[in-house]
Write a protein that binds this ligand. Structure first.
Ligand code: PLP
Length: 419
């Protein structure tokens, strides 16, 4: 056995390769969460609006009983066996149907199983960008996009998400996409709508139309892949599901990709069940895509959680279970919608600046001094995540009764930050 302390000296401080030896440790959101939990355990009244999981009004993780039933119904021997590398065919068909419904895209899609939407993003980045190339996304974005890209030797480029009137900045998107294509000859665009994390923004019809027009046109000049990260989409306002119609238009020239996940839509974060879905009208290209994605699976995790995929398949294809799941999700959505309504009422009365917010797990409140504002809020026992130019507020983990406290803390934090 190796002695714990040794007198043998080596000339090396680290065996890690130079590119990784100074990686940051804990994700800052998890560190904030740890501090919030510690202070709550010590008896303080803490409002923790940092984590992206839907909590019920009692502060416990909201789960969907139909999903648990589907999991417990999977025969142990099936769950214990390896899944096919790209995922069971029935699973891939079920998630494709869940995503595209009766859109013609459902008939021309290939898909591969992934470890949540994170896995789908990783596969898309490694498959549609060469080493050193950059993906394009909004300047407010889920920060692991950068980690996933950098870990794969790719980069992130950003465009300004909002225009002067607080709407989606189509002009900035168009300019950035054209510039990227001119520099690298191809593009991968990541869009997390409806219910964007961290801003809570959902594109309206005119904005989607504008995006579709730009993508469809640019894709005639160079290979363009457009990925919709559906993480929170099921919690959007009525009509937000229309994104499918707009990507149908893009799919005429661009490669549409969809990151599907059971994490938020089925409140099953830990099961790591996801898929990358890729519609294409040419069967030969579909085969190439399926091969490339299957290879990516083999080269990363081999195959995904079989139990989770079998359970989600049953949930999606069994009429009774599926209806139960939709009913349960409606309840969760109503819970969240009530918070969204009250937040909008209180925050607009208090004069907070934030984007249009109609549903979804998060909203961001703008302030230039976000670090100082968040620090002041922590003194008041209210935890939010400071990001560049804003505070990210997790409405998914804020009970209705705490919203007035949240809004007053935001007002006080922003005031103190600017003082
Ligand atoms: N995309 C966004 C915008 C997210 O916020 C998250 C999780 O927080 C994910 C993707 C990944 O989710 P998962 O890998 O659990 O499906």
């Amino acid at each position: 056995m190796l002695p714990v302390s040794s007198t043998i000296e080596t000339p090396f401080d680290t065996t890690l390769i130079p590119g990784v030896f100074d990686r940051p440790g804990d994700d800052p959101i998890f560190s904030l969460n740890a501090e919030a939990s510690r202070r709550a355990a010590e008896g303080e009244s803490i409002l923790n609006a940092t984590l992206g999981a839907l909590m019920n009004e009692e502060g416990r993780l909201a789960v969907m009983p139909s999903v648990s039933r589907a999991f417990s119904g999977v025969p142990p021997e099936s769950a214990a066996a390896y899944s096919p590398i790209s995922g069971p065919t029935a699973f891939l068909e079920a998630v494709t149907r869940d995503t595209f419904g009766d859109s013609p895209l459902a008939e021309i899609s290939v898909a591969t199983a992934t470890a949540g939407a994170t896995g789908a993003l990783a596969h898309a980045i490694a498959t549609y960008l060469d080493l050193g190339q950059a993906l394009l996304t909004t300047d407010y974005f889920w920060s692991p996009y950068r980690i996933i890209a950098s870990h794969a030797g790719r980069r992130v480029e950003l465009f300004e998400m909002f225009d002067g009137a607080g709407g989606f900045n189509l002009g900035a998107f168009e300019k950035a996409l054209e510039g990227l294509i001119a520099r690298q000859g191809r593009a991968l665009v990541l869009f997390n709508f409806p219910c964007h994390n961290p801003t809570g923004y959902s594109l309206d019809e005119a904005e989607w139309e504008g995006v579709a027009e730009i993508v469809a046109r640019c894709a005639t000049q160079a290979p363009v892949a457009f990925l919709v990260d559906l993480a929170y989409a099921h919690f959007g306002a009525p009509g937000s599901e229309n994104w499918v119609r707009h990507v149908e238009r893009m799919a005429e020239s661009a490669q549409v990709l969809v990151a599907w996940t059971a994490s938020k839509a089925y409140a099953q974060y830990g099961a790591r069940v996801g898929a990358l879905i890729a519609p294409h009208r040419d069967p030969e290209e579909r085969q190439r895509i399926a091969n490339a994605l299957g290879y990516a699976c083999r080269g990363t995790w081999s195959n995904c959680n079989h139990l989770g995929m079998l359970a989600m398949t049953e949930l999606l294809v069994n009429e009774e279970l599926r209806a139960a799941a939709e009913g349960e999700r409606d309840q969760l959505r109503r819970l969240l919608d009530e918070r969204v309504r009250l937040f909008n009422a209180e925050a607009s009365r208090a004069g907070l600046r934030y984007p249009r917010y109609e549903g979804g797990f998060f909203v961001t409140v703008f302030t230039d001094e976000s670090q100082r504002a968040a620090a002041r809020m922590r003194e008041l026992g209210v935890f939010v995540v400071p990001i560049r130019g804003a505070l990210r507020v997790a409405m998914c983990s804020t009970p209705v009764a705490q919203i007035p406290r949240l809004v007053s803390a935001l007002v006080e934090g922003i005031r103190a930050g600017q003082a």
